[in-house]
Unconditional design. Sequence first.
Length: 88
Amino acid sequence: MGVTTRDALLECLEMMRMLTKLASVGMHGRIPLAGQEDLFYERQAKCRLIQELIQANESEPVRHAIANWQKMLMDGEKPNTKDLEAPK
């Protein structure tokens, strides 16, 4: 059985949720510990981003784009990555 992108992202999400709980009162993940607020909220934000990646990865346009990119690579073509560059 192979590892999927979804599997990897779900595992990352679970690990980040556990780390968030470590910075929370009673390890419940709801209220940050005193002095750990920044870390707690940063980890919560990362959880939201990972969830968005999971949802985006399952959308048809993204799945189609990934399939096209993989086909280009298998055909020996160099994919256009200009849209991946950070704006200047």
